[in-house]
Unconditional design. Structure first.
Length: 424
């Protein structure tokens, strides 16, 4: 059976968790392929809001198996916290949560180094969760994987070697106290015991599932504009949230992917530093932020807010092969008299319709806007596309036309039932 990939087509926080939860009703397996606990997926179950950072939101559907793939970097503390949270909600994970034995671990020194580097004069604006340093170790071929943790001698040997090096950096460069290797060994041995029932070779499992005609949804974290290669470098994440990352992050063949769904907000947000052409001034941004609850689910930081940027989304459509988009938070725009969409950039006398990923260029562009009339009525109760006011439908259709895609799903609120599927 085919694999559908779901990606964020902006700077992350697009509402992928809700869309994954919605799609999971017709899916057998949801597999996360990159990132770490720097992602935050929010799902509203009944009246309860649940935030997951590592475990796919498909876990709330009893028939769905959730996979954390080899491309993910795992913080043991965050993972065990989520597992405990789900147990308190009476979510049965036995045989339904599978973790790749080749996934890399985030160690205490990764988080410490991440935090220290964010205190420099030129911070990236990371979540401070140790994601970047963990990926550095992975590509330097000194990272510690879950399979290493399950073999105590191998784990201790690799950890001592890494601690020796990291302590030199912490002490001599940053003047920090050295880390105690024995304490870390004890902490991670506890994690070993708790995680062991979930660990398996997920590449074998997923390829077997493909042969067994299972329906698979590959879930990316963050957004395409934060991709290490195709985003606004250096203000990016340390992995590939694009659809191509699904193959390497899960060990599945490109030929198995038959569709890519991009998720976008009806406007734009960004957390952390980096260029943001459609960013609004504080008063207008504050209106969007307050109505939309635009605060990071991982860090709690206020998100920067702006109008929908079709230039950047077209870039995401091209890089990911997006055929259809899901538009979330349409309801946040209910109170606006006019709504703007950036359709091109201006750089001096030049008009640009393509997205420059060079940060210095992007910092210098001016957005060219098309303006749409608002609808000035709540869309929260709409359950069919025809229930939406005419101006809301015009706006949705314009987003599809301007980005060269079709809008297939529209979210008009946080609850599960506040989801419109066009054609149903």
């Amino acid at each position: 059976m085919p694999v559908q990939v779901i990606v964020g087509a902006q700077w992350g926080d697009e509402g992928k968790g809700k869309i994954v939860d919605h799609l999971s009703a017709k899916i057998d397996i949801v597999a996360r392929y990159q990132g770490g606990a720097n992602a935050g997926h929010t799902v509203v179950i009944g009246e309860q809001e649940v935030v997951l950072h590592l475990i796919p939101s498909g876990i709330f559907h009893p028939h769905v198996t959730c996979v954390i793939g080899n491309g993910v970097v795992i913080d043991p503390i965050a993972l065990m916290s989520e597992i405990e949270q789900l147990r308190k909600l009476n979510v049965d994970m036995a045989g339904r949560l599978l973790i790749s034995h080749n996934a890399h671990l985030i160690m205490p020194y990764h988080k410490l180094l991440d935090s220290i580097r964010e205190q420099t004069s030129e911070p990236i604006g990371t979540t401070g969760r140790g994601i970047g340093p963990a990926y550095i170790d992975k590509f330097m071929r000194v990272g510690i994987r879950i399979v290493d943790l399950l073999n105590r001698d191998v784990f201790v040997s690799k950890l001592r070697r890494n601690i020796d090096e990291k302590n030199q950096i912490l002490k001599k460069i940053y003047g920090k106290t050295e880390l105690d290797v024995d304490r870390i060994v004890c902490e991670y041995e506890e994690f070993d015991k708790k995680i062991d029932p979930f660990v398996t070779d997920t590449v074998v499992y997923l390829n077997g599932a493909l042969g067994g005609k299972k329906r698979i949804l590959a879930e990316g974290a963050q957004g395409a504009l934060l991709d290490i290669d195709h985003g606004t470098y250096p203000f990016v994440t340390s992995s590939s949230p694009t659809s191509g990352g699904a193959c390497t992050g899960l060990g599945i063949p490109p030929t198995s992917i038959t569709g890519v769904l991009g998720v976008v907000k009806a406007y734009s947000t960004r957390v952390g530093n980096g260029p943001f052409p459609t960013e609004l001034g504080e008063e207008a941004a504050g209106q969007l932020r307050n109505i939309g609850g635009e605060y990071g689910s991982t860090t709690g930081r206020p998100r920067r807010c702006g109008w929908f940027d079709a230039v950047s989304v077209r870039h995401s459509v091209a890089v990911n092969g997006i055929g259809e988009i899901a538009v979330t938070k349409l309801d946040v725009l209910d109170s606006f008299d006019q709504i703007r969409v950036c359709t091109a950039y201006r750089l001096g006398e030049k008009t640009m319709k393509h997205f420059p990923t060079d940060a210095s260029t992007l910092e210098s562009v001016e957005p060219h806007y098309e303006t749409f009339d608002g609808w000035k009525i709540s869309v929260a109760g709409a359950r069919r596309y025809t229930d939406l006011p005419a101006n809301a439908r015009r706006y949705v259709e314009a987003l599809g036309e301007i980005t060269g895609t079709r809008v297939g799903v529209i979210s008009v609120g946080a609850r599960r039932d506040q989801t419109i599927v066009r054609g149903e």
